[in-house]
Design a protein around this ligand. Structure first.
Ligand code: G
Ligand code: G
Ligand code: MN
Ligand code: NA
Length: 253
């Protein structure tokens, strides 16, 4: 109850923030994009993880205004980096309710127009389970997003149950291997095999592979050997405020 009330206040009072976590190329130096991640510091509750408050927001309907704020803020930032001559692709997490509500592509089109963010710099991340929940509606919405020029990534891949036939039919160009598989990749034969299989699957469907939660050089080496293209994790950087990410973009120019 307390989280719910204070979350509403945080949204209304501009206390939510978006941080950005770099996505790196296999050389470990080139930044290919970033994922926008919500952060909330509450005076009483301290730092509250989105893993805790997103489910509350989902169950109270607050997720819709929060998601609208996230999309608007990320697109404003995409436009700002683009205007500054340091364009960066930014991935935004979409919630189950946003998809249930429908007309996602119309909403995205309006925000792109309003902010001046180029569509090709916006990536939409949806979890495998969202895509499976309403296969036909998700297919139609995702196709409309791709028609706008956005890319679509399947997040937490490997934790859901998408059929390969459905996966093949989806207009998705990026698979993000869930970090639970990456975690023990160097120690656990089973996880290593799952990663190998997911990477082979992605490549056979002409999809780009992103590994999440890369924390150690040995995980990186292992994934590199398997031909993974994009790396996200604390080995490279945690999610950071705009000012820090901007400094990195300027350094790398
Ligand atoms: O970055 P972190 O570990 O704190 O994120 C925890 C969870 O919250 C992750 O599953 C992440 O996808 C989710 N999350 C973070 N930001 C957003 C957001 O803007 N929208 C939605 N729907 N989920 C988010
Ligand atoms: O569910 P989703 O993949 O959108 O959420 C990404 C989550 O993973 C965020 O909560 C982010 O903070 C977290 N994360 C990013 N890199 C790492 C990492 O290297 N290790 C761990 N444990 N978590 C990470
Ligand atoms: Mn994500
Ligand atoms: Na994920």
């Amino acid at each position: 109850m307390r989280v719910q009330v204070r979350l509403k206040e945080a949204l209304d009072n501009g206390r939510l923030r978006l941080f950005y976590q770099p996505k790196m190329a296999a050389n470990g130096e080139t930044m290919l994009g970033a994922e926008a991640l919500l952060r909330w510091h509450d005076d009483e509750l301290g730092d509250v993880s989105p893993a805790r408050f997103i489910p509350v927001a989902e169950s109270t309907g607050l997720i819709l205004p929060i998601s609208a704020w996230v999309l608007e803020t990320a697109c404003q930032q995409i436009a700002a980096w683009h205007r500054a001559g340091t364009p960066l692709q930014v991935a935004v997490n979409f919630s189950a309710q946003q998809f249930r509500q429908g007309n996602v592509a119309d909403q995205v089109r309006a925000v792109l127009q309003r902010t001046g963010a180029p569509a090709h710099l916006l990536e939409i991340e949806i979890t495998e389970s969202i895509a499976m929940e309403q296969p036909e509606a998700a297919h139609a919405e995702l196709s409309a997003l791709v028609a706008l020029g956005c890319t679509v990534a399947l997040d937490d891949f490997g934790t859901g149950y998408s059929s390969l036939a459905y996966l093949k039919s989806l207009p998705v160009s990026v698979l993000k291997i869930d970090r639970t598989f990456v975690k023990d990749i160097a120690a656990d034969q089973g996880d290593a095999k799952i990663c190998r299989a997911i990477i082979a699957l992605a490549h056979s469907l002409d999809m780009t592979l992103v590994a999440e939660g890369v924390e150690t050089p040995s995980q990186l080496a292992f994934l590199r050997n398997l031909g993974c293209e994009v790396y996200q994790g604390w080995l490279f950087a945690k999610a950071m405020p705009v000012s820090e990410l901007t400094a990195r973009l300027l350094e790398s120019r």
